[in-house]
Design a protein around this ligand. Structure first.
Ligand code: SAH
Ligand code: TMP
Ligand code: ZN
Length: 405
């Protein structure tokens, strides 16, 4: 029997997505033979309500010097993180010489703001290639995995932090107790924790199961986050829903009793109860929804192929690895996927080996249909690609349901 990573209760999977490769593991043909796969199954813990992967690959297999996701590829996300940083600065950094620590700081998309404002900062980023981009911008960065041991080291060298911040990384960390224990030592008594990740409530509601892949060990809810932080003497004091990544939640956390708990935080927890996020039935229904969504998507592509239409993909996202492998969709149904990340171009998609090409390939010879895998950047991308639409090109989306626009 598998044990919950948070509370050690027995858990069993409610869905299997089959064998999955490394979601960001874009590869060249010489690596096809030895490509790594793991069995991707998801469970919901009835005790602490955490939704989690049963098995995850070793962290070094996912986060290393060849990491393919550069946060700065999206202008909208740059703006989003500027606002995130401004909010933290305005509300929580009013003392003299404040110190901010960010984990998963990637190419410095968030910390560059603190750097510009002359605020003492430190990024923790194990993927050396993306960390290098940040360091070249003058952003203080340690190339390592954050955990309790590293937190102790940071405190010994820099003193405690006023704010611990993170985006789209906390849900990546199966050694979550070590992370939270580290945070509780790292921040001052009056210190604050602010992080955001894709929100379980949105995934269930929008059937965006493509948020589930190797890196995403957890799908958080306010209830499950409050459960684990409480075990380490902290508590959720506020939550703010975000539109990023198809629906995320920002959690604001402090040491127990240090700050008032907002009514939004309390209301969101009871809303989760009434939405059934703590109820096993919800996950049985979710599995059925995933299965029908997969069938609809695949049938559409098979149908378009039989009509002789050309279909491409837009945005070689890590999310697309789940949908392509789960639905068994390869280059016969999607000719190529275009993406603006140089390290992905010229390689092939994990598992299904669809060629990844520069955006210019798409612009030079439009297909009739394009699947928008980066649907979370729809506004930014559709604005850039107005000409495709003006030329009669059609976008295929699959969240919240399979549709063509
Ligand atoms: N915060 C950025 C990047 C998210 S991608 C954004 O929202 O766009 C997740 C990042 O977390 C990757 O760059 C990965 O290398 C990093 N990461 C993974 N494990 C980590 C750990 N234990 N400590 C710090 N960073 C970690
Ligand atoms: P994400 O959904 O995980 O943020 O990944 C988005 C992917 O889409 C990433 O590989 C970069 C790519 N992309 C483009 O190719 N063009 C764009 O305009 C944007 C915003 C993203
Ligand atoms: Zn549990």
């Amino acid at each position: 029997m598998k044990k919950c990573l948070i509370c050690n209760s027995d858990i069993s999977p409610f869905i299997s997505y089959g064998d999955m490769p490394i979601a960001n593991g874009f590869l060249s043909p010489d690596k096809f033979q030895n490509e790594y796969f793991f069995h991707m199954q998801v469970a919901h813990c009835e005790n602490c309500s955490m939704v989690q992967l049963i098995e995850t690959p070793d962290r070094e297999m996912m986060f290393n010097e060849n990491y393919a996701f550069f946060s700065g590829t999206s202008l909208a996300m740059k703006q989003h993180f500027k606002e995130f940083a401004e909010d933290v600065n305005k509300r929580f950094l009013n003392n003299q010489d404040p110190f901010v620590v960010e984990i998963g700081s990637n190419d410095g998309i968030m910390l560059q703001n603190f750097k510009e404002w002359g605020i003492r900062h430190l990024g923790i980023e194990p993927s050396a290639n993306v960390a290098k981009v940040a360091m070249e911008k003058g952003i203080n960065t340690i190339v390592d995995f954050f955990d309790e041991a590293l937190a102790n080291k940071i405190v010994a060298e820099n003193g405690q932090a006023d704010a611990f911040i993170a985006a789209n990384v906390m849900c990546h960390l199966p050694y979550f107790h070590s992370i939270v224990a580290g945070i509780s030592k790292l921040i001052k008594k009056t210190g604050i924790v602010v992080f955001e990740d894709p929100y379980l409530g949105d995934v269930i509601e929008k059937i965006s199961y493509d948020q589930i892949y190797d890196e995403h060990t957890f799908l958080f809810s306010v209830s499950s986050i409050n459960f684990i932080f409480k075990e380490h003497g902290m508590e959720v004091i506020d939550v703010i829903h975000q539109e990023t990544h198809g629906g995320s939640m920002r959690y604001i956390i402090g040491h127990k009793g240090e700050r008032d708990i907002s009514k939004e935080a309390i209301q969101q927890m009871s809303k989760e109860n009434s939405l059934g996020l703590n109820n096993p039935e919800t996950y049985i229904q979710f599995r059925q929804n995933c299965e029908s969504s997969k069938k609809l998507f695949k049938n559409l592509l098979v149908d378009l192929k039989s009509q002789g239409k050309t279909v491409a993909g837009y945005g070689a996202t890590s999310k697309s690895t789940t949908i392509l492998n789960y639905s068994d969709i390869g280059p016969d149904l999607i000719k190529y996927i275009c993406d603006n990340t140089p390290i992905k171009q010229g390689k092939y998609s994990p598992g299904k080996h669809i060629p990844i090409v520069p955006i210019e390939t798409f612009r030079g010879n439009y297909p009739e249909y394009v699947v928008l895998f980066a649907y979370n950047h729809a506004k930014e991308i559709m604005e850039k690609e107005k000409e495709f639409t003006a030329n009669g090109g059609k976008w295929i989306l699959y969240v919240p349901n399979v549709h063509i626009i």
